[in-house]
Design a protein around this ligand. Structure first.
Ligand code: OSB
Ligand code: MG
Length: 375
């Protein structure tokens, strides 16, 4: 496969409602799409990837403009140099081609996905088939932001339950934890429910976190800081809610460390956070071998990343519902044909590659910045 050209396309998409977490309130999303034009044996295809870095470095060190800069100045040139020196460019070699760049996993993952999509399209294979996925659909969970009041939260959750979501995740932070969880349990009963703190607590908050025990949550996601693996292990001994890691797991190596330390009995796998779909698969395999449940997280993806996540989440170790919701959870208009939910599940895409592509008009209407890089 020859990569002829790579475009970095930044788009702006208004959110249908503000989304508040312990680290920020978002009203719009500006994803960076990676478009790879690739050819082989006289056939030319376009592969798409999505870099999930947020606009600000509040969830992880990466952010939109930084990701775009590192892609433009370091990652894409490194891939072209790798190709020019005669080494094969495939999704499996992207990580080696850019390994000398430290970190920047979301940027690397966006590039890898574009190359992977192109490669699979050239082989007329879907991502799901490539991953050995046999399921037709995956259960759809929804991540519900922090609201101004408990009654507003109950309205929001009720709306998602009416739509058929299979699992609800509540964002929490100190001052917005036990009360909203109790209210949701009282109103909606024993639905599959979990919480996500995005690092907002400390070990000294154990008494508060223990108050969540009676609600039999599926898990608490990332209660403590990203680099507090040992403290997560201590916390896991002191609460009955299973501890799940998100921000802390940036690679298969940290996943292995977290499992060995007892810091996580569940792992949220986000391909962007760990540097790509291939590393995500390695974490899946490791977790499966160790009896650790995994589920697929989300980063308010467009249809591009959402479709790829729906394929990944079909792998056998993904035994918990992911943050895999329909396009309309966040967007009135997606840039691809919308990802939809039927009977609480999202279909595993079966078309070539990731199975979706941007609708040209929708892409043009939302593009705010574009860079063309040629080999
Ligand atoms: O912590 O899982 C998270 C969104 C942005 C950044 C971090 C997180 C989230 C979500 C939303 O919870 C997941 C989604 O539905 O895309
Ligand atoms: Mg999370």
């Amino acid at each position: 496969m020859h990569i002829d050209r790579i475009d970095l396309i930044t788009i702006r998409m208004p959110l249908s409602a503000p989304f508040t977490t312990s680290f920020s309130t978002q009203t719009e999303r500006c994803p960076l799409l990676v478009r790879a034009v690739a050819s082989e044996g006289g056939e030319t295809v376009v592969g798409w990837g999505e870099c999930v870095a947020l606009a600000e470095p509040y969830y992880s060190p990466e952010y939109l403009e930084g990701a775009r800069d590192v892609l433009q100045r370091f990652l894409v040139p490194a891939l072209f140099e790798w190709q020019t020196s005669g080494r094969p460019v495939t999704a499996q070699t992207v990580s080696a081609a850019v390994a000398h760049v430290v970190g920047h996993r979301m940027a690397k993952a966006g590039l890898e996905l574009a190359v992977l999509d192109a490669q699979l399209r050239l082989r007329h294979t879907s991502l799901a088939e490539h991953l050995g996925v046999t399921r037709d659909s995956v259960p759809a969970g929804v991540s519900v932001g922090i609201e101004d009041s408990v009654s507003a939260l109950l309205d929001r959750v009720g709306g998602f339950i009416d739509q058929g979501y299979a699992r609800i995740k509540l964002k929490i932070r100190p001052g917005w934890d036990v009360e909203p969880v109790r209210a949701v349990r009282e109103r909606f009963g024993d639905l599959p429910l979990q919480v996500d703190a995005n690092t907002a607590y400390r070990l000294s908050d154990v008494p508060t976190l223990r108050n969540l025990d009676p609600f039999e949550l599926l898990l608490i996601e990332q209660p403590l800081a990203e680099d507090d693996l040992r403290q997560h292990a201590i916390l896991a001994q002191q609460i009955s809610t299973p501890v799940c890691l998100d921000e802390s797991v940036i690679s298969a190596q940290t996943a292995a460390d977290a499992i060995a330390l007892g810091a996580a009995s569940v792992i949220n796998i986000k391909p962007g956070r760990v540097g790509g779909y291939l590393e995500a698969v390695r974490i899946h395999d490791l977790a499966l071998a160790n009896g650790v449940a995994v589920w697929c997280g989300g980063m308010l993806e467009t249809g591009i990343g959402r479709a790829a996540n729906a394929a990944l989440a079909g792998m056998p170790g993904f035994t918990l519902a992911g943050d895999i919701s329909a396009s309309d959870r966040f967007y009135r208009q997606d840039i691809t044909e919308p990802i939809t939910m039927t009977d609480g599940a999202v279909a595993v895409p079966r078309g070539p590659g990731i199975g979706v592509e941007p609708i040209p008009d929708a892409l043009a209407d939302s593009t705010i910045h574009s860079i063309e890089l040629t080999a």
